[in-house]
Design a protein around this ligand. Structure first.
Ligand code: ARG
Length: 594
């Protein structure tokens, strides 16, 4: 399984110890297989199997006299030999300390050098990722920015693992707000059907119509009539609606282009007719209850837990709940999804829990199908209050990205990079740093927490930031450049001499690099991207330690190269590749010089 160098060591060890434990204790049903990393102390090995304690408890509960050390020894005796493992020791209260085999590690690194960074195998599934999803005519706010960044990165890791990913932008393009927008459009640009209205600031346009809606009864009535006309598909109203959506969509696209986000537009309007179908189905199935004129549905029919969905309002209209029921049905039946991921602020958690419960109850969702709400906290300003401009306005995303660009350039100039780089390189570095730092700051924090948006912190080149990592990477890349060695030469040289990890620091770095598949699989499963960021930071600091102790290229007093240690250059190359792949999964562009 390790021919391509993509083996997940943690999973391999789980398999090995499952064999050992079931053959040592064939009568135990579902024995716990607990494998973890050993942490920083080398005397505990590289990984540990901690099953012996729990198994000993289980046996004692069955009146079998034993102790964890005895259990550990029994497991050890049944452990099959494996190329991954150098040796296993029983230690302490009954831990099994596992030491990895160096030759195996050398083989894996060799594979990465020859074939590139390959994903560990994972059963292919159809995964629908609903992310970004701003609302038409309203502003795309920092919450949507979080959803966009986190959602894109989730798609990237799943795509790397060869999953069948559908990236959906569930735009809020079908609400009652369109009534007042259309009514205002009719007044302001009467010939909108023939001449595209020059709406440059849709937010202002929204505010204007909202003001009229709140203050003018006559206008309000017309707005309601517009909604009815729109919903019944009246051509002029559809034209007006499309126009407004298009203006909004172009604004959103500017953000997506800058951040290199690919996404398919499929807003709430897409489910318009499907809502009728799902409502009928739920009615016919007897799932709906009358509650003072509105039709509601409980996720749990017996317990009546929490809050119900409102499927039909008392005026006959549909809600956000109705549209999400139609949406999940479409994703199950038409898209044939296995996994349904929704990336929104943590506040919508309950909404999706109830949607899932109702979809299961109605038989829309089948048992193998998973609904996952990827929630995230609020973005705060440096004053720990809601993120606003100094004058108290909400911050426009485009302005935020522009400020990022400006600050990134300042930072590069402060470091004197403008004197070293070509204008083209400087521009690339500026963009990589600006967008990279915004994305990384978001992704490197546990997403469920609120996070403080601070350009100063994210542009710091010390600590776990994109700038630090991008510099580290260019430094690694420059080592091979100094040695004037190409990958092909490196391969030939290493093949000649045979690749050997000798120095302790080399071995330590190699073991960190070997964990890439397990980190990727973990992240693809729990969808917490910050583990990948922590891993990147660990690679980079372990590399620094290695590079402090192990020179790769030796030069004489005149600066002439006198010796090149090819294995170490190879370690540099593998480190760089894994860092690049990880950054790519985070949606961060790398540069060769900065
Ligand atoms: N438009 C919604 C908002 O801005 C997010 C939509 C999330 N997706 C969904 N299927 N409900 O809060």
């Amino acid at each position: 399984s390790s021919v391509e160098g993509n083996v997940c060591i943690l999973d391999e060890l789980k398999n090995i110890f499952e064999v050992a434990i079931t053959s040592a204790y064939p009568n135990l049903i579902d024995p716990p297989i607990v494998i973890t990393l050993s942490g920083n102390n080398p005397k505990f090995g590289d990984y540990q199997c901690n099953s012996a304690m729990a198994i000993s408890q289980l046996l004692k509960a069955n009146n079998i006299k034993t102790n964890p050390r005895e259990v550990a020894n029994n497991i050890l005796n049944k452990t099959p030999t494996s190329p991954l493992i150098e040796r296993i020791e029983v230690a302490g209260a009954g831990f099994l300390n596992i030491y990895l085999n160096k030759e195996f590690a050398e083989h894996v690194l060799n594979c990465i050098l020859r074939f590139g960074v390959k994903p560990p195998p994972l059963k292919r599934e159809r995964i629908i990722v609903d992310f970004s999803s701003p609302n038409i005519a309203k502003e795309m706010h920092v919450g949507h920015l979080r959803s966009t960044i986190i959602g894109d990165s989730i798609c990237r890791v799943l795509e790397f693992l060869n999953q069948d990913v559908l990236r959906i932008n569930h735009l809020g393009d079908w609400g009652t707000q369109f009534g007042m927008l259309i009514a205002h459009l009719q007044d302001k640009f009467p010939n909108f059907k023939t001449h595209s209205p020059p709406i440059s600031d849709l937010q202002a346009f929204y505010k204007e119509s909202k003001k009229r809606f709140d203050e003018d009864e006559e206008f309000k009535k017309r707005a309601y009539a517009c909604v009815v006309n729109l919903q019944s598909g009246h051509a002029d109203y559809i034209t007006a609606w499309k126009l407004i959506c298009e203006v909004s969509r172009q604004e959103f696209q500017k953000i997506y282009d800058r951040l290199d986000i690919k996404i398919i537009d499929r807003g709430e309007s897409f489910y318009h007719s499907r809502m009728n179908t799902v409502v009928k189905e739920l009615k016919d199935g007897g799932y709906l209850e009358d509650d003072e004129g509105r039709l509601i549905m409980w996720g749990d029919p017996v317990k009546h837990d929490g809050i119900p969905l409102t499927i039909v309002k008392s005026d006959g209209g549909y809600t956000y709940d109705t549209s999400d029921m139609a949406t999940i049905k479409q994703r199950v039946e038409e898209e044939r999804g296995d996994r349904f991921i929704y990336v929104t602020d943590a506040g919508q958690y309950t909404h999706f829990v109830i949607i899932e419960a109702c979809a299961r109850r109605a038989g829309i969702l089948k048992s193998g199908q998973k609904v996952e709400h990827v929630g995230f906290g609020v973005v705060l300003g440096e004053d720990k209050k809601k993120f606003k401009t100094r004058s108290g306005d909400t911050i426009k995303l485009i302005d935020l990205l522009d400020e990022g660009l400006k600050r990134a350039l300042d930072k590069l100039i402060e470091k004197g990079r403008d004197k070293v780089l070509t204008p083209e390189e400087l521009k690339q570095a500026q963009e990589a740093v600006a967008y990279g730092c915004i994305k990384y700051a978001d992704l490197s924090h546990n997403r469920v927490n609120d996070y403080v948006f601070s350009f100063d912190k994210m542009l710091d080149d010390k600590g776990n930031t994109a700038v630090y990592l991008l510099y580290a990477l260019t430094r690694i890349r420059s080592i091979a450049r100094t040695a004037q060695i190409s990958i092909d030469q490196l391969l030939v040289e290493v093949q000649k001499s045979g690749f050997k990890l000798s120095h302790d620091s080399e071995w330590k770095l190699a073991k960190v690099l070997l964990r890439f598949p397990e980190v990727i699989l973990k992240v693809s499963n729990d969808l917490y991207m910050h583990s990948l960021c922590e891993y990147l930071y660990e690679i980079s600091s372990t590399f620094t330690e290695f590079y402090d102790k192990c020179y790769c290229v030796e030069k004489d007093k005149e600066g002439k190269i006198v010796k090149i240690i090819y294995e170490r250059l190879m370690l540099c190359e593998v480190t760089a590749r894994i860092m690049e792949k990880s950054l790519d999964i985070l949606g961060i562009k790398t540069v060769s010089r900065m």
